[in-house]
Design a protein around this ligand. Structure first.
Ligand SMILES: Nc1nc2c(ncn2[C@@H]2O[C@H](COP(=O)(O)OP(=O)(O)OP(=O)(O)O)[C@@H](O)[C@H]2O)c(=O)[nH]1
Ligand SMILES: [Mg+2]
Length: 480
């Protein structure tokens, strides 16, 4: 670490006993997957500075440090010198000099350096473990430095010891906050920065700017995700394949293969979009395979019955949406399975206004259909071949299932703290769309219907309208 004077620039040294989550706190705060974290004590052996910048200017820095190993003995050395309160910081400097070049107090000397250099102190404890008096030596040494200091009770979620910790820490630190390096999201990061701004008034303008940057970044990400989800919906709602089969091939032999490849294309589009959403939140989901389902659990197939039951619109809303739009003309609504089936011919006015019922009525699956004589001439089919089209997917619930899954995934990556190196299992929370009102559902359904109709060229206004609705849903999601 270079020697810079940290008295002018906001710098926070994250200190504490070995293995209490110091590096994890930093990783989650600055969203870094590169910081070394491990269950083995003594993972961090040298100070490492991380600078948070905006337009090339450093707004604040955090310094990762090795943990205290033998604080009681170090404190004993300091106390033996018996300096006045005003001279205590020189005492700590003398301690660092005294053992310099020896094998003694290696970690203590290293962790004290940034503090002696002007960093504020962020003292991290593990709130899952009971408070013990032997932490007091560490806190006393930190007090000797005279630097502004706050404490963070890490691992605080569901811990019975947090109150004890708080009482003890309050005696040593100006501020005491709880934190959970494994569960922090945007809100907790903002709260920690706010605490930073209280800790040292001189640094407030920089930290306030960092808060503004954080807020702007949150907004930017939501817009980016709205864009990704809109593209996914438009892409999947308009996806269709036209294949020419020799005249004598019976469609029933080819149908299954065509449908499978059509569904695989949709799955692939979805996986790509979900990875992109992960990247917006600086998470890589690139090593996803069906065997290593970092995006979804193995039985979460896009077209599984369970997925459709859980992820799309709930049956009641679906019913309300479908009957009122008139999309069921001539079709039927199967309330028992909560799935709407409807005559897709009405949706396919786009095909030269033929209005012929080209599609099988299906529930979860799109099916391949022979376009028939009329359609064939219309799309200049070779005389000796039959043109088969699969898609666009006809089910009313299909875009809702896609949307519900994308929003759920977004909620999951937003809550995925960077200290956790694997995607946490999904929370048992109801799907985002389960609380959608019939009015909201109807509005979306009408947009989806228009997009399907214009499947050969979706007007930009329609896309923008959808993006606006997705953005509103993402806002609701964050505020929930
Ligand atoms: N469940 C849970 N585990 C945590 C939390 N914070 C850290 N851990 C785990 O605790 C272990 C130690 O975390 P580190 O961040 O490496 O701890 P450290 O204080 O930097 O450790 P040293 O560098 O060895 O001093 C790792 O296995 C982390 O995954 C937390 O808030 N919740
Ligand atoms: Mg560490």
């Amino acid at each position: 670490m270079g020697v810079t004077n940290d008295f002018q620039r906001p710098t926070f040294a994250v200190v504490g006993r070995v293995n209490k989550g110091k590096s994890s706190v930093i990783a989650s705060l600055i969203e870094s997957d590169a910081i070394k974290i491990s269950p083995r004590p003594g993972t961090t052996t040298e100070c490492v500075r991380y600078e948070v910048e905006q337009d090339g200017r450093v707004l604040f820095s955090v310094v990762d440090t090795p943990g205290f190993e033998d604080a009681p003995r170090a404190l004993h050395w300091l106390q033996q010198r018996g300096a006045s309160a005003a001279a205590r910081v020189e005492q700590v400097e003398a301690f660092v000099d005294e053992f310099s070049g020896t094998d003694d107090f290696v970690q203590e000397r290293e962790l004290l350096k940034p503090i002696l250099n002007g960093s504020a102190i962020l003292y991290v404890v593990n709130g899952e473990e009971p408070y013990r008096e032997n932490y007091e030596a560490e806190m006393e040494i930190l007090r000797f430095t005279g630097q502004p200091a706050m404490a963070l009770i890490n691992w605080s979620e569901d811990s019975a010891y947090v109150d004890d910790w708080r009482r003890a820490l309050n005696q040593y630190f100006k501020l005491v906050r709880s934190f959970d390096a494994h569960a922090v999201a945007w809100k907790e990061r903002r709260q920690l920065l706010e605490a930073f701004s209280v800790l040292e008034p001189r640094w407030r303008p920089s930290i306030e700017e960092a808060l503004r940057v954080l807020e702007a970044e949150r907004e930017r990400r939501l817009h980016e995700v709205a864009h990704i989800i809109t593209d996914l919906l438009v892409d999947c709602l308009t996806l269709h394949m036209i294949v020419v089969l020799p005249q004598k091939t019976a469609l029933r032999f080819e149908r299954e293969k065509l449908e499978l490849s059509y569904h695989d294309k949709l799955r692939d589009k979805e996986t790509r979009a979900l990875r992109k959403i992960g990247r917006v939140y600086l998470h890589k989901l690139d090593d996803w395979t069906p065997e290593n389902p970092i995006v979804f659990e193995p039985d979460d197939d896009l077209f599984s019955e369970e997925t459709w039951d859980v992820m799309g619109l709930p049956p009641k809303t679906l019913l309300a949406v479908t009957t009122l739009t008139g999309a069921v003309a001539g079709g039927s609504v199967d309330a028992a399975v909560g799935m709407a089936t409807f005559l897709t011919g009405t949706v396919l006015g786009g095909l030269g206004g033929l209005g012929v019922g080209l599609y099988q009525l299906t529930q979860r699956f799109a099916s391949a259909s022979n376009l028939g004589e009329q359609a064939r001439t219309l799309i200049k089919s070779p005389r000796d071949g039959q043109r088969i089209r699969v898609g666009p997917h006809p089910a009313v619930n299909f875009p809702f299932v896609l949307l519900g899954r994308a929003l759920d995934h977004c909620r999951r990556v937003q809550a995925w703290a960077h200290a956790r190196r694997e995607l946490p299992p999904p929370k048992e929370a109801p799907s985002v769309l389960s609380s959608m009102s019939a009015a909201e559902g109807r509005k979306l359904e009408s947009i989806f219907r228009k997009i399907r109709k214009k499947y050969r060229g979706v007007p930009p206004e329609l896309r923008a309208e959808l993006q606006q609705s997705v953005w509103a849903l993402l806002q609701q999601l964050e505020q929930a």
